[in-house]
Structure formats: structure tokens, C-alpha cells
Design a protein around this ligand. Structure first.
Ligand SMILES: Nc1ncnc2c1ncn2[C@@H]1O[C@H](COP(=O)(O)OP(=O)(O)OP(=O)(O)O)[C@@H](O)[C@H]1O
Ligand SMILES: [Mg+2]
Length: 434
């Protein structure tokens, strides 16, 4: 029997909970989340609703249940040192310590790390601690630039020229805002190409890659509208993407490996957990957009449902630095994930309204996120509501299943029909050829 503490309450954590419960071990799941997730609740032995950064609440719960290990879903608890606190209680986690978690929580840390250890993938960039040289660097970059607040901003800290910033003046003033806010800002060249996510399991020295996935950040079809937490994603049965070659994926995989090695050289601490590289394939090859120190959401729902290996073995391999002894395999299946979200999401989402789910096809998996369940009815609670994942031999079939399911939800919601469709994928391939 394995007692496992899971922290977080989104659809990512729902699929993580499902994978842990699918283990050959008899798993008892103890969950702490900011809200009660009906899907995770059903899989849990005990479910505590508390802030995922509340050290006292987590310490009290962890000391009471004494889990065999812990797994952290979202980034905030990693950045505020929950893994470090649990380690002081002699509870190990398949998630990174705060120091190496800077891979996500500090954009400047990561850009500097790649530069210092001569790891390829950085765009032209500069970290500013004051306004000196700021204007000159913007002029040097021209109209194509990106300004990044250094710390965690829930996906709202990055502003891209052309999308969020009209001209250099707006860029400079946002950079100054960031300097006032955190004393540090990253300004970098704007890269053009197709983004993809390469997540790797990591035990501090050894990494194992998952199939690459493409997320869709923009709220509306055709990649229009504001950035969101991600409206959905797809992966292919060959574990590549239509606009990527195996060589491109190897280039990204190599960067993940080198970064893990550099993290230990730089900090003396092993990075244990998920290394989530946000990459972009450009005309000049693979470049790094950012790192996250956890599974992606939605990307976790593309990789974990097709994982053939026992997820408990992988977590213990990460913790015990024996990941190279775990044979990790994924099914050769395509997956399409589509989120249904409240009207007005991301800026002004409808809350408290009832939604009704239609009949969900057998080959579709359902993962709950920001919904409340009362008397068997579901109510929107303000962010991405429910994710539907089609799993099939081809992306066309997987897309059809996911579309049937997401299309059957009734209520004040919307979703992106185009995710995983032939038309959108062809547009992406074409875009890379221009
Ligand atoms: N150098 C760049 N060139 C072009 N686009 C960029 C660049 N950096 C960031 N972006 C765009 O901005 C988005 C968000 O940037 P980034 O991933 O660094 O921030 P984040 O807030 O940490 O995002 P997330 O919530 O996905 O972790 C990227 O997905 C990409 O679309
Ligand atoms: Mg990020």
C-alpha cells in the first residue's frame, strides 16, 4: 500500500490522481487543494481544502498522514518552498526544491543559466536591474521584442510586441513597471515559429522525454484573442508533431538534458520532478521560450492517459535517483484535449452558473477543473471548467471524439472547435514553410 500526498486541484491534478490510482500498488490518495475538485475527490481517501501555499495547513496534514511521498501539481507551491518544507518533515517529493524551481519562478535565472553554461536555445536577451541601457536595447531589437516580468505571474507577466505592446514606447514603459514591481525584467527578441512543449521526467541527472505536445494559448479559433491558461492541446501517434522532425525534438531533448546538468553544477541541488521545456521551432532551429517546473496544463492530459508505465514507479524513480532503472513507455496513440470554459474567460468569466454534460463517448476521458458539484449538478467556478481528451490511432479520430464530447456541454460556456483539426494543423505546417 502506498500513501501519496497530492497538492493541487485542477484538471492536471485530476489526471495525475488518476494515473497514481491506476498503479498496481494499492494507492491511498491524500489531497490538498484550493477548492474541492469533484473528479479528484472521488479518487481520494481524504481531501483538504486549503491554500496550496499554506505551509502550516500542509505540514499539519502531512504530519498526520505521513505519506510515502508527495507530488506537487501547480507552480506556486514549488516557488514558495513547499517541497523544502516537506523534506524537513522527511517527506520526499517527485517535485523540485525551491532553489532549482527557479527554472520556472525566475525568467532571468533561466536565461542566465543557459548563457553561463553555453546551452543553445536562448534568443537575444538582456536582464535589467535598472533603466540603464534599456532604451538602447529596445532600439537594438527593433519592433520585434518581448518583455517578461521575472517572477510567477499566472501566465500574465509576459507581453509580446504586436500582440500586447503596440510599440517600443509601450515596451519600455511596461519594462519600467516590472522593474518597480520586482527590481528585475527580461527583454528579449521576439521569435517567430511554432511552439511546442517537451516535458521530461527527471531524477536530477537522468531525463526521460514524454511525447511532444502543442498547446493553444489563445482563447478563440484561429489563435485570436487574449492569452489563456491553455484552451487545449494535441499530440500525435508517432510522438512527433507535423511541423517537427525527430532531429528538432532531439535538439530540444538535448537542451533539457544540458539544463538539468547545469542546474546541479550551478546550485549543488538535484532537480527532481518534471522539466517542462516551452520551445519554438524557428527558421533557424529550435529555441527556448521558457521552462516550467511541473506538468503543463493541458499537456499533462495528453501524455499521462497514454503512459503504459506505472506512474508510482516513475515518481519513486525520480525521488530515489533510479529513473534509469524504470522502463518508461507511452502508447503510440494520438490525443486531443479540448477545454470547455465559462463565457467571458479569461478576463471576465461567468461564475456560479449550471452546466450540463451530454453523453461522453467511451473513448473520451473527462478531467474536472474549475467546477463545483452540488447534488450531481456542476456549476462554473470561474476558470477553465472541464477538459475532454480523445485518445485514438490518429489525430483525426481523437479530435472527432473530443469534439463530440465538448460539443455536448450545455450552459454559458465556449471552447475552440479548431484544436487538433486537419485545417489548423495544415496552417501550422504551411506557416513554417513560408
Ligand atoms: N521570445 C519570445 N518570442 C515570441 N513569443 C514569445 C517569446 N517569449 C514568450 N512568448 C510568447 O508568450 C507566451 C508566454 O510566455 P512564457 O511562456 O515565457 O510565459 P509564462 O507566463 O510563464 O507562460 P506559462 O503560463 O505558459 O508558463 C509564450 O507561450 C509565447 O507565445
Ligand atoms: Mg511559464
Amino acid at each position: 500500500m502506498k500513501k501519496i500526498l497530492l497538492i493541487g486541484n485542477g484538471a492536471r491534478e485530476h489526471v495525475m490522481a488518476e494515473s497514481l490510482k491506476n498503479s498496481r500498488y494499492d494507492v491511498e490518495l491524500y489531497v490538498l487543494g484550493g477548492a474541492k475538485n469533484p473528479g479528484i475527490f472521488k479518487l481520494s481517501e481524504e481531501y483538504v481544502v486549503a491554500d496550496v501555499c499554506d505551509k502550516d495547513a500542509i505540514a499539519e496534514f502531512a504530519n498526520r498522514i505521513r505519506p510515502d511521498f508527495a507530488v506537487i501539481g501547480p507552480e506556486a507551491p514549488i516557488a514558495c518552498g513547499i517541497v523544502d518544507m516537506l523534506l524537513e518533515l522527511e517527506i520526499h517529493s517527485a517535485s523540485p526544491l525551491e532553489t532549482v524551481g527557479q527554472l520556472e519562478s525566475s525568467k532571468s535565472f533561466t536565461r542566465d543559466l543557459l548563457e553561463k553554461y553555453q546551452i543553445p536555445g536562448n534568443p537575444k536577451f538582456k536582464v535589467f536591474y535598472d533603466e540603464e541601457g534599456l532604451e538602447e536595447f529596445f532600439i537594438d531589437l527593433g519592433e520585434e521584442f518581448v518583455v517578461k516580468a521575472d517572477g510567477l505571474k499566472g501566465g500574465k507577466g509576459v507581453k509580446v510586441s504586436g500582440d500586447h505592446l503596440k510599440n517600443i514606447e509601450e515596451g519600455i514603459s511596461y519594462a519600467k513597471e516590472c522593474l518597480i514591481d520586482s527590481g528585475r525584467v527580461v527583454v528579449e527578441e521576439k521569435l517567430v515559429g511554432q511552439e511546442f512543449s517537451l516535458m521530461s521526467f527527471c531524477d536530477g541527472t537522468y531525463t526521460v522525454d514524454m511525447p511532444v505536445v502543442q498547446d493553444h494559448k489563445r482563447a478563440f479559433e484561429g489563435d485570436k484573442g487574449p492569452n489563456t491558461g491553455g484552451m487545449g492541446s494535441y499530440s500525435m501517434e508517432n510522438h512527433l508533431l507535423p511541423f517537427l522532425t525527430a532531429r528538432d525534438v532531439n535538439e530540444a531533448s538535448d537542451i533539457n538534458k544540458k539544463v538539468v546538468k547545469a542546474l546541479f553544477e550551478e546550485t549543488g541541488i538535484y532537480y527532481k520532478g518534471i522539466v517542462y521545456g516551452g520551445f519554438i521551432i524557428t527558421k533557424n532551429g529550435v529555441r527556448l521560450i521558457e521552462y516550467n517546473a511541473r506538468f503543463g496544463d493541458p499537456e499533462a492530459m495528453n501524455v499521462l492517459p497514454i503512459l503504459k508505465t506505472d506512474f508510482v514507479d516513475i515518481c519513486e524513480g525520480i525521488i530515489n535517483k533510479t529513473l534509469d532503472q524504470v522502463e518508461i513507455e507511452f502508447e503510440k496513440k494520438a490525443t486531443v484535449c479540448k477545454y470547455v470554459v465559462p463565457e467571458g474567460y479569461p478576463d471576465n468569466p461567468v461564475k456560479g452558473e449550471k452546466i450540463i454534460m451530454g453523453k461522453v463517448p467511451a473513448d473520451v476521458k473527462v478531467y474536472y477543473a474549475s467546477v463545483d458539484q452540488r447534488n450531481d449538478s456542476l456549476y462554473l467556478s470561474g476558470s477553465r471548467a472541464v477538459a475532454f481528451v480523445g485518445v485514438a490511432d490518429t489525430v483525426e479520430e481523437a479530435e472527432k471524439s473530443a469534439q463530440n464530447a465538448v460539443g455536448s456541454v450545455k450552459g454559458p460556456v465556449f471552447y475552440r472547435k479548431d484544436i487538433g483539426t486537419k485545417k489548423l494543423i495544415e496552417q501550422r505546417i504551411k506557416m513554417m514553410k513560408i
